[in-house]
Design a protein around this ligand. Structure first.
Ligand code: FES
Length: 79
């Protein structure tokens, strides 16, 4: 599984102690769907049933948006 996300930021975001969760850890979003990027907000739960080998697009890059299958991952593709 994979998903297409549109990123508009052009630079880094600096994390500090205020970004720590109650357990003292900082959870960085890797699914691309968080509304609190770069921090995880739990939106990744929407990806739990994504199928291997499929590329998805979520409407408005929102975990609650309509999910569409937009392609397949070609593991045999070499550049
Ligand atoms: S990893 Fe993206 S919201 Fe948690």
């Amino acid at each position: 599984m994979a998903r297409e996300i549109t990123h508009e930021e052009r630079g880094p975001f600096v994390l500090d102690e205020s970004d720590q969760g109650d357990d003292g850890l900082i959870y960085v979003c890797r699914c691309g769907l968080s509304d609190s990027k770069p921090l995880c907000d739990g939106s990744h739960n929407a990806t739990a049933d994504e199928k291997e080998g499929v590329v998805y697009k979520y409407a408005n890059d929102d975990a609650d948006g309509e999910r569409s299958e937009i392609g397949e991952i070609d593991d045999d593709c070499e550049e």
